[in-house]
Design a protein around this ligand. Sequence first.
Ligand SMILES: *[C@@H]1O[C@H](CO)[C@@H](O)[C@H](O)[C@H]1NC(C)=O
Ligand SMILES: *[C@@H]1O[C@H](CO)[C@@H](O)[C@H](O)[C@H]1NC(C)=O
Ligand SMILES: *[C@@H]1O[C@H](CO)[C@@H](O)[C@H](O)[C@H]1NC(C)=O
Ligand SMILES: *[C@@H]1O[C@H](CO)[C@@H](O)[C@H](O)[C@H]1NC(C)=O
Ligand SMILES: *[C@@H]1O[C@H](CO)[C@@H](O)[C@H](O)[C@H]1NC(C)=O
Ligand SMILES: *[C@@H]1O[C@H](CO)[C@@H](O)[C@H](O)[C@H]1NC(C)=O
Ligand SMILES: *[C@@H]1O[C@H](CO)[C@@H](O)[C@H](O)[C@H]1NC(C)=O
Ligand SMILES: *[C@@H]1O[C@H](CO)[C@@H](O)[C@H](O)[C@H]1NC(C)=O
Ligand SMILES: *[C@@H]1O[C@H](CO)[C@@H](O)[C@H](O)[C@H]1NC(C)=O
Ligand SMILES: *[C@@H]1O[C@H](CO)[C@@H](O)[C@H](O)[C@H]1NC(C)=O
Length: 649
Amino acid sequence: MHPLSFFLLLALVHIAAAVTVYGQVPFRESTITSSAIPANNTAHATYDPKNLNPPSLPSLLSTQFSISLGVTNATQIGLSMPVPGSFYGFSVEISLIQVPFLNLMSLLKARGGGVQIRVGGNTQDTATMVSSLPNGTILAKGLINKGVNTQTPALQISPELIFMMNNISSLLGDALKWYLGVPMNDTSNPRLQIAEYGQKILGSNLLGLQIGNEPDLYGAHRLGGRSNNYTTKDYFTEFGQMMAAINRDAEIPVKNQIVGPSVTGGAKEWSTDEIFSTGYLQAYASNLGYIAVERYPDNNCAALYSNASTNYQALFQNYTTHASGLNLVSHFLDTAVVARTAGKPLLMFETNTASCGGFPGISDTYGAALWGIDYGLTMAAVGFSGALLHVSGSNVYYNPFTPPPTNQSAHRQWTISPIFYANLIMAEALGPSNTAQVVDLQANNFNNHTPAYAIYENGIPARVALFNYLTDPSGANTYTASIGISGGPGVGQVKVKYLTASSVAQKDNISWAGQNFGSVFESDGRLQGDVSVQTVPCSNNICQIRVPAPGFALVSFIDTAFTDIDSSPSAIPTYSTTAKGWHSKTMPTVNPTILATSNGHGGPYGKIARGSTSELSAGASRNAVVGPWLAAIGAAVFGAIVVGHRTII
Ligand SMILES: *[C@@H]1O[C@H](CO)[C@@H](O)[C@H](O)[C@H]1NC(C)=O
Ligand SMILES: *[C@@H]1O[C@H](CO)[C@@H](O)[C@H](O)[C@H]1NC(C)=O
Ligand SMILES: *[C@@H]1O[C@H](CO)[C@@H](O)[C@H](O)[C@H]1NC(C)=O
Ligand SMILES: *[C@@H]1O[C@H](CO)[C@@H](O)[C@H](O)[C@H]1NC(C)=O
Ligand SMILES: *[C@@H]1O[C@H](CO)[C@@H](O)[C@H](O)[C@H]1NC(C)=O
Ligand SMILES: *[C@@H]1O[C@H](CO)[C@@H](O)[C@H](O)[C@H]1NC(C)=O
Ligand SMILES: *[C@@H]1O[C@H](CO)[C@@H](O)[C@H](O)[C@H]1NC(C)=O
Ligand SMILES: *[C@@H]1O[C@H](CO)[C@@H](O)[C@H](O)[C@H]1NC(C)=O
Ligand SMILES: *[C@@H]1O[C@H](CO)[C@@H](O)[C@H](O)[C@H]1NC(C)=O
Ligand SMILES: *[C@@H]1O[C@H](CO)[C@@H](O)[C@H](O)[C@H]1NC(C)=O
């Protein structure tokens, strides 16, 4: 059994190509026509058609309820502090930066004003930056570090990687910002080159430097030769050694953008409270820019690593309730208060539906999209300032987006999975003003299946988000929310956008306001189809909004580029792909042998896979899981991309 290889790091492979070609081949439209039926040559999780049944219906909902909003944020109780539209970002251990990626990021930027991405994970702790690698390689794998139980190979990174990250930011008008992982496996001899190059190359596109990753697991994993009695006090001391080294290092001019402590906070691991009680926040106040935690609601490690049979059907209901997100954040409510008092943003630095690859038939469904939006809004409502959904290879079920396997990249495009709508809709719900304040309305008597939130912008009600987690084609569980603003000037009409599907178990044909990303292998990262926004008239200041089962509605009280299809929304630059070959000898490459998988770390309750660590079993497991992903990386290295440029809605 292989306890997760936790590979980190970007292979921002294609950006140099994109940058070069951008501007040379303008207005080249897509010439890919996806093959009618994808052949069954992809056993990857991303293309697994496994379908579950929607969880059984609870007793009938109350299908009529009222929501009354305060006219300003002074009269509405329970609002969060302001959060940015870039709230929901990504945590990337390995990523493929191709044209579809840029398009997806453009969609988020246009809605939320920006995107935040973290590059890091377990391998950051044994990573080393070298001045260059042969043949333009940006990442290389070293030897398996015998001192580490996770069998994580040491990584070598060339500065070219960070140049490419900055190239990506630059392509997106510097709206895409980064967090970088910095190793802390050896605090007597800290390797700070990633921080040095990061600040020098990325400048203001660097949001933060994460020092160490999940230190509550260092003892269990014997990372850096630590013993299993590694304590919060040891961590406090070692973190201090890192801060002292950073404070001495003239090549790291910005001292106060450190991210820590990045613990999982599992029941058997350290809580943030235990770390804070060491005096951590006070001692390192001048360095800490952010407080971070990393947690998933569940894990699929047993199935992934020991073929344990798992009743996924029984698990599905854990994701189709409001309680799911509430349970997850309940571990961090104290932390949110402490962080706010300390004036530090609290970030959920790595999360998704389940670590160890997610759950088939759950992580890749409409239900997961609803869960993702609900969980995101819950985090915002209770005091988080951002959250990063983990992205991995095609061997996981929870990816928001996945490129095609290597040898199919010439005739197939990307697969955008339902949970990407959580990023898209969170960005739209919060908007770009950085003034969004979120409140959980405890709607319908705090019904677990019909949560609702209000989002205020600039102090006034901007939007209401309404969920229906039930699946009932009969219509008996379709509800109507009657929304009013108490003491307001009166609302004539509202604009409503729906995220549609006929079942929470559905994987395909999910649409956001009439648009979607197509089915598997069908996306170049742009929304397809015509926008459809409903206008709902209100009477006596009450707006009645129907939400089908299942359903999600975003109700807008204010007009923006995204609520009004008649006005010309601000143009979103996007890029199109073609299947024409494009190769460059000078293009940076990634040695594919390093690109093993990350299945997402941080299972709860100490259930991290920690079994056998023999190299044989580790290797076997890794090969089994990783094979397809290697293929996918190849697509980035050798795939064909021509960048065009046009604007669409
Ligand atoms: C793919 O495999 C599934 C399960 O074996 C089968 O039902 C389906 O028809 C296959 N699809 C194609 C296109 O061959
Ligand atoms: C560099 O690339 C050339 C040509 O592909 C190859 O022959 C050589 O072995 C590579 N060198 C290294 C160190 O990978
Ligand atoms: C893009 O990357 C190249 C190196 O690959 C670097 O020379 C250049 O400065 C980068 N451009 C930006 C805007 O970061
Ligand atoms: C830390 O990681 C580096 C790079 O992988 C390795 O050379 C070094 O031996 C490690 N140090 C410890 C104490 O494990
Ligand atoms: C922790 O374990 C190591 C090695 O097993 C031992 O040398 C050390 O004294 C222990 N430390 C504490 C505080 O118990
Ligand atoms: C899991 O099952 C597959 C297919 O039956 C088998 O090849 C593999 O060895 C099993 N892995 C473990 C860890 O039992
Ligand atoms: C998920 O569902 C299973 C089966 O219904 C239940 O036993 C388990 O406690 C649930 N887990 C969580 C985290 O809610
Ligand atoms: C792509 O590669 C896979 C795995 O090597 C192979 O099974 C499949 O047939 C290949 N597909 C094509 C279209 O070449
Ligand atoms: C209300 O919103 C305004 C504008 O965003 C903000 O300046 C103010 O602090 C907010 N007040 C409260 C009580 O949240
Ligand atoms: C896709 O969804 C739309 C409405 O959301 C529905 O009208 C259409 O029949 C669905 N198509 C398929 C193939 O299920």
